[in-house]
Write a protein that binds this ligand. Structure first.
Ligand SMILES: CC(C)(COP(=O)(O)OP(=O)(O)OC[C@H]1O[C@@H](n2cnc3c(N)ncnc32)[C@H](O)[C@@H]1O)[C@@H](O)C(=O)NCCC(=O)NCCS
Ligand SMILES: Nc1ncnc2c1ncn2[C@@H]1O[C@H](COP(=O)(O)OP(=O)(O)OP(=O)(O)O)[C@@H](O)[C@H]1O
Length: 198
């Protein structure tokens, strides 16, 4: 079983591209989603996040507690120390969770590991191949502002905590340029064939 990492800066189109791989029954691990699950459900993680950011990091609703992601984002994306603290809590937990996923799908030809900050966290060292999804800076800004209804400043704050597209291009094995949505299905079909024959 090969591990294929799929990454790209915020708003590049990782989720859009990843969805295309589901057509081919490729097992897909989405680090952002699993990270959210862990943040909401792992008791040890919850305790550590409260210690780092305060009790306000979680909100109560009908007797249940949920991470207040807007509050957490407002704290960490403008404070490198706090972001590092949060990453240090969540990333080892995500790695453990991914180990279990790999065990479950050890029979697959390859599995896709989607992560926004694959290279930044050295996650690529675990991958046999890496795919980078790209789009122009302006496109990415516009897409995220419209998708999440957040300000340009909020998107830029996240971008500042990610490597530049140029730095990632130097490391990626394959690149999917996501400028035209109509071409994504064809590009993914070609990449899938490449992975099967590699
Ligand atoms: C701070 C949190 C709660 C904000 O949640 P929110 O729903 O607003 O954002 P979401 O998780 O959907 O992330 C959206 C995008 O923000 C960017 N982003 C998220 N985490 C990070 C990070 N640690 N460093 C840089 N960019 C990040 C990515 O481009 C991501 O796709 C959340 O992003 C989080 O827990 N981040 C830390 C965990 C992490 O590193 N996740 C990313 C891969 S494991
Ligand atoms: N080629 C495209 N043309 C126009 N809109 C697009 C294109 N690709 C993706 N989008 C839209 O742009 C937004 C961002 O795409 P997507 O959510 O796939 O990016 P992402 O890289 O997963 O972002 P994030 O890092 O925030 O998770 C979405 O609303 C999506 O529908």
């Amino acid at each position: 079983m090969k591990i294929v990492g799929l990454t790209g800066g915020i708003g590049s189109g990782k989720t859009t591209v990843t969805k295309e791989f589901t057509k081919y029954n490729v097992p897909i691990y989405i680090a952002d989603d699993r990270s959210k699950y862990i943040l909401a459900n792992d008791a040890v993680v919850i305790e550590k996040v409260k210690n780092l950011l305060g009790d306000k990091a979680y909100l109560e609703n009908d007797g249940e507690w949920f991470p207040d992601r807007a509050f957490i984002a407002s704290k960490v994306f403008n404070n490198k120390g706090l972001l590092e603290g949060l990453n240090n809590i969540l990333h080892p937990a995500v790695r453990n969770d991914f180990d279990k996923f790999c065990d479950e799908y050890y029979n697959a030809e390859y599995i896709l590991y989607e992560a926004a900050i694959l290279f930044e966290t050295k996650g690529n060292e675990r991958c046999d191949k890496t795919i980078l999804v790209t789009a122009s800076l302006n496109e990415r800004l516009t897409r995220v502002m419209s998708r999440d209804q957040i300000s340009k400043e909020d998107v830029v704050a996240r971008m500042k905590n990610q490597w530049s597209q140029k730095a990632k291009l130097d490391l990626a094995d394959l690149v999917i340029i996501n400028d035209n949505i109509d071409l994504i299905a064809k590009k993914v079909r070609l990449v899938h064939q490449f992975m099967l024959n590699d």
